[in-house]
Every structure is written in C-alpha cells, then in structure tokens.
Write a protein that binds this ligand. Structure first.
Ligand code: SF4
Length: 371
C-alpha cells in the first residue's frame, strides 16, 4: 500500500490493504472514542442529526448543540412538526445554516414519504436534502448495521496520506480515486468499529497539522509516512484570494428595543433575523426615511465586525440610530421590535449576535459608569 498505484495489484499491496482494517479496528477498540453523545445508539434520527452537525464543525462545538436539539426535538416527527424559526434558533451560532434548513425539510420528507421511519438504503437516504453519499453511508453503518464507505473531510486526509494520493481532493478525478480506495479498504465485518476508527484516526491522530504518526496504528502501511509526504498531503486547494465585501447594518433603537428583519429563505443567512442592511456609504437618516418613512438620529458607529464566508469576506459596519418617529406603515410582517436580551434567543447570524452583545455591554457599561 505504501507505494501507491505504481504497485497496484501486486500481492504485497493486497496484503497491506487486507492489514488496514484489522489494525484500525483493534486500535479503535482500545484507543478510539466510545462515549460521544451520539455513540451507542442505533436510532437513525440521532445518528443523522450528529452527522449533519459534524459536517464542517468540530466535535466539541457540536456536543452542546446536539444535546439541546435532541432535548427539544427528540424524534424526527417532533422536528418535522416544528416551526422553521425554532429550528434555526436552536442552530444559531453553529453556522452553515443551510444544514439546519435541509435538516428540517428532510425531517418533513421522512414523515411524508416514509411514515416517520428513516429509509435503510443508500439511494433513499441520499434522496433527502442535505444527505450526501458519505453521510448516507455513516447512517447505514451506525444505524442499520450496513456496509458502506464514508469519505468526509477527515477521511479524505487519512486516505490521501495512507495511499499517497496527490492532487486536491475537491477535484473530481482525485475524489473518484479516494472513493475507490475507501471502498476497497472496507472490511467484510466490524463496519461500525472500522468506520468509527477512520473518524477517530482523522480527528485525533492523523490530524491536519502535526499528525502523530508515532502513535498511528497503520504507520507501517502509510505511503505518506514512508515517503516523507505527511505534511504535503493531501494537496491543498489551489489558492484563490477571496473577494472582500462591506455592508452597513442599521442598529435601530426605540424604547429599549431593536429592530430586526427576517431575511428571505434562500441565500446568505436565509430565514435568520438580521439588522436592516444598507450600502456602506449610505446616509442612515436618508435610508431610514426611504425604507421606513422613519426619522432617526444616528449615533457613533460601533466597531467593524469581520466575518468570513466560504466564498467571500465581509466587513460589517454597525450603525446605531435612535428612532424619533416610526410610522405605522413600517410595522410589517417580517419586522420585529424586540429587546436585545430576547433577541439573543432568536435565530441570529453570529455577527448580529455579536453586535447585540456589544449593545448590551455598552448599555450595561454606561449604567454602571453612571451608577
Ligand atoms: Fe496519518 Fe501518519 Fe498514520 Fe500516515 S502514519 S495515516 S500520515 S498519522
């Protein structure tokens, strides 16, 4: 195995492939993780929820969200019956909100199409929003005792190193090669320990930086270790400078409350509550007169908040303004006057939450300074 495709098909390679799963399973049983909150269950709903939350998010960040979510929505039927706002509010702060919207849509489809029981086939699982090939495989293995290969970000890294696969894993040809290897390495039995072992190895030993090869149970099989390419693999994404954007958020305040607007369901922060946005150079007085027919007195700009998305970077300029008059026509559905403390319980993007925390801190600071 350690010599990559140049030796593919030779008996030594076959022996190495055969040696991989037993070594990984034995290591997982002794050194792997066994007490994560989503382990030791075969409830497809609980497994699915954890798999979706763990996409793009670290275990330690996921645990409290996972517990709160299951407590509030203990079954797929409970989630399906929930209002989207409540689902997004519980997800608030975990990021990548399309995951939460897809989760909610998928729960409704499980109820509508499958009578509230998760389907136990790869194809039917992949038919649900937000469930890709790897997530479907994890659900099959952990909840249904099936045999299927996973290939999430951590596993791509492990396999690229183990098999010495060059090329950025986001490229189609490289991903196809990784999938072939992921399937070739699958054992005939012990799939749950094997799959958990792959996850654990990627998360705790074969880490992105500072891989702990001296503790690795498959070091003798690893192409990257043998050829000194551990740091170089997997090949990083070709670098492209992210565009920088700026926006102004109007932090309107009236009688101890702030104004939030619900964003459209699709797009950035879809369905979340946000401050009204304006062009960064806009005059807040003119903008409020035009948008709401309101009269406002702007205050000093709050510190700029830098926020990163996958495809661009965003600088947010929070512009507070005190509302002096607010016509009834500006009271529309999708707009909400709310106290900053209550707002923190709503479904908010992280930067909006940060601005509200600043407001509360500023207000409490001025109170205690004046006390
Ligand atoms: Fe990863 Fe190092 Fe183990 Fe290879 S030897 S799989 S690079 S931890």
């Amino acid at each position: 195995m350690a010599a990559d495709s140049t030796t593919a098909g030779r008996p030594a390679v076959d022996r190495a492939v055969a040696a991989f799963a037993p070594a990984l399973i034995a290591w997982q049983e002794r050194h792997g993780r066994h007490d994560l909150p989503w382990q030791n269950t075969r409830d497809p709903y609980a497994v699915w929820l954890s798999e979706i939350m763990l996409q793009q998010t670290q275990v330690t960040a996921v645990i409290p969200y996972y517990r709160r979510f299951l407590e509030r929505f203990p079954t797929v039927a409970a989630l399906a019956a929930a209002a989207e706002d409540d689902v997004l509010a519980l997800w608030s702060g975990l990021g990548y909100y399309s995951r939460a919207r897809n989760l909610h849509r998928a729960a409704r489809l499980v109820v509508e199409r499958h009578g509230g029981r998760f389907p136990g086939t790869q194809a039917l699982l992949e038919d649900l929003p937000g469930i890709g090939r790897s997530t479907a495989a994890a659900i099959l293995v952990f909840a249904f005792g099936g045999r299927a290969a996973i290939l999430d970000g951590n596993v791509k890294r492990v396999l690229a190193r183990l098999r010495g696969i060059e090329g950025y894993p986001g490229e189609t040809a490289v991903a196809a090669r990784l999938w072939r290897d992921a399937e070739a390495l699958l054992p005939e039995s012990g799939l749950a320990a094997y799959t958990q072992g792959l996850m654990d190895l990627g998360a705790t030993v074969c880490t992105r930086r500072n891989a702990r090869c001296d503790e690795c149970p498959v070091r003798s099989l690893c192409a990257a270790f043998e050829t000194g390419r551990v740091v170089a693999l997997p090949t990083p994404k070709p670098r492209k400078a992210l565009p920088q954007r700026r926006t102004m958020m109007l932090v309107l305040q009236r009688a101890g409350e702030i104004l939030l607007e619900k964003r459209p369901p699709a797009g950035i922060w879809g369905g979340l509550w946000c401050f009204p946005e304006e062009d960064p150079g806009a005059d807040p007085v003119a903008a409020c007169a035009r948008r709401f027919g309101a009269k406002v007195v702007p205050g000093a700009m709050l510190p700029v908040i830098a926020h990163g998305f996958t495809h661009f970077k965003l600088d947010i300029l929070p512009q507070p303004a005190a509302v002096k008059s607010w016509p009834p026509r500006a009271e529309e559905a999708g707009r909400l006057w709310i106290s900053p403390e209550d707002a923190l319980r709503a479904a908010l993007p992280t930067p909006v939450r940060d601005i509200i925390m600043q407001l509360i801190g500023h207000r409490d600071g001025s109170r205690s300074a004046g006390a």
